[in-house]
Design a protein around this ligand. Structure first.
Ligand code: ZN
Length: 130
């Protein structure tokens, strides 16, 4: 958890813990042009869920998604983009936690299919903060 916090703060991302997220929402990410990127996490989470949600939301930042919250897109294309973004953030989270667990080694092959390659380059980018 401390490691995730350091990665976020090292990138200038503000991290807040709160009990006030709506029920069913464990974490969110957003940024504006005028302020630092922000991650908000539910302080009610524990253990592996907490790490996964933190890493997932951090993934939205690293992958340069605009927001992490579902916004009821009007079009099928919009829906597909959100589903794809959520899958990317999940893949990023699994990979990041895997690397943290093993001690980040930037050159190591990522687990899973070759499609994770893109996320892996992103991780090499964050590796200097290890
Ligand atoms: Zn998400």
């Amino acid at each position: 958890m401390r490691r995730l916090y350091e990665l976020a703060r090292g990138r200038g991302v503000l991290v807040y813990w709160t009990e006030r997220l709506p029920s069913g929402l464990d974490g969110m990410y957003f940024r504006t042009d005028k302020w630092w990127p922000v991650i908000v996490l539910s302080s009610a989470m524990r253990g592996r869920l907490r790490s996964h949600v933190f890493a997932h939301v951090l993934g939205h930042y690293v992958l340069q998604h605009k927001v992490s919250v579902f916004a009821s897109p009007a079009t099928e294309t919009g829906r597909r983009a959100i589903i794809q973004a959520e899958a990317q953030a999940d893949r990023f989270a699994r990979l990041l936690l895997h690397l943290i667990h093993r001690g980040i080694k930037g050159r190591e092959k990522p687990p899973g299919d070759p499609a994770t390659q893109r996320g892996f380059h992103v991780l090499e980018d964050v590796a200097p903060f290890s």
